[in-house]
Write a protein that binds this ligand. Structure first.
Ligand code: SF4
Ligand code: SF4
Length: 360
């Protein structure tokens, strides 16, 4: 099977863009992210990019349909569409007699946390010299090493087709394929800082940067505050001076931020979808900037931002409970309360009245 055949199949199965990395490009990777520990005999990594629909950001931009970005925008893409594509491609490769691993999800089983630290009391290496399970592939770095685009100041992968509006799936295989060159222009990130200035959690540092060498190329991005992003992307504002708020489950110090219309963070969609901020800085603002400069190939008839951004007034905020339950959880909760009330009522009834109540 040639590289061209693989790319054509990947596109037919649903990928928007495809690149190939050779395994030597991962030399120097942190062991917990080195795919060569997953498949020591791997010869190639096929990296596929799947566009997030610009339309999936429309509902948040308008302030009326937040779930679509978390669900169709990336949840369903990550947990349904990408797995199907990588599985189909792996079937074809294994039919040719080469092992292929479909990697189309983000795993909560990973041995490191969001900051890259080993998770304590989570897992241990199966033998000396091996990493702590599970390995976590850094998908954006994989895409960079397969030539799909560059890493922007926001640490997002920026591609010439879709800018930051992309999710990634990977196939690791023993099949040897000719690698694509690393992307070298035209340069997409011009350090405009729209991502920094529009991130509601101030999670992308304006001056502190991280520098790494990837396959011999120097790459630099702004330092990310994962904790700040974790709070802000779910639409929360942290309260100070002992004020109480129930926006985030399990915390008593958060209220809805001005860019969340929800009294409490709504339930996750497709396991991970809970981006109430609608990637306001790292994706929306960056996409608007890149489209404005005319550097993206996926062009639209109308600009994305068509009016002034809205802002919710929470100055009269009072904590409320339960609103962050899903509708089915709310249904179970109300059934539980009904049963409790029935049981209490039964205590006061005669035998025949109890019988009538059961018959209801
Ligand atoms: S918003 Fe500007 S600085 Fe930030 S990643 Fe995009 S192009 Fe680079
Ligand atoms: S997801 Fe939201 S909070 Fe996190 S970096 Fe992007 S814009 Fe900032």
């Amino acid at each position: 099977m040639t590289k061209e055949q693989i790319k054509q199949l990947a596109r037919e199965y649903g990928a928007d863009i495809v690149g190939i990395a050779s395994m030597d490009r991962f030399e120097g990777s942190p062991v917990q992210m080195d795919p060569r520990f997953i498949m020591p005999e791997a010869k190639s990594m096929i990296v596929m990019g799947f566009r997030v629909m610009r339309g999936s950001l429309r509902g948040i931009e308008e302030g009326t349909f937040f779930s679509n970005y978390s669900a169709m925008g990336y949840g369903a893409l990550t947990y349904t569409f990408i797995p199907m594509t990588v599985m189909n491609l792996c079937r074809d490769i294994e039919d040719e007699g080469y092992e292929a691993i479909p990697i189309g999800h983000q795993s909560d089983w990973r041995g490191i946390d969001n900051k890259g630290n080993l998770r304590e009391h989570f897992s241990r290496p199966v033998e000396e010299g091996k990493p702590q399970p599970d390995i976590m592939l850094h998908l954006r770095i994989c895409a960079y090493l397969a030539g799909l685009g560059e890493i922007g100041y926001s640490k997002m992968l920026l591609t010439p087709e879709f800018g930051p509006r992309l999710r990634i799936g990977v196939v690791l295989t023993e099949l040897e394929l000719e690698p694509d060159p690393i992307y070298e222009g035209p340069q997409l990130c011009n350090r405009c800082m729209a991502c920094v200035n529009n991130c509601p959690g101030h999670a992308i540092h304006p001056t502190k940067t991280v520098k790494v060498t990837l396959a011999g190329h120097e790459v630099e991005w702004g330092e990310l505050d994962c904790d700040a992003c974790d709070v802000a992307f779910r639409g929360a504002e942290v309260l100070e001076n002992g004020e109480v708020g129930t926006y985030l489950p399990g915390r008593t110090d958060t209220k809805p931020a001005h860019y969340s219309p929800f009294y409490n963070k709504p339930a996750n969609l497709y396991n991970s979808g809970q981006a109430v901020c609608g990637a306001m800085g790292c994706t929306r603002a960056c996409m608007i900037a890149l489209e404005g400069r005319g550097v993206l190939k996926n062009k639209f008839k109308t600009p994305f931002r068509r009016k002034k951004l809205w802002s919710v007034d929470w100055s009269d905020y009072e904590p409320v409970e339960n609103a962050n339950m899903s509708l089915s959880e709310l249904g179970s909760e109300s059934s539980r309360k009904m049963s409790q009330a029935k049981e209490k009522l039964k205590e006061t009834l005669t035998l025949s009245e109890k019988h009538d109540l059961e018959a209801d």
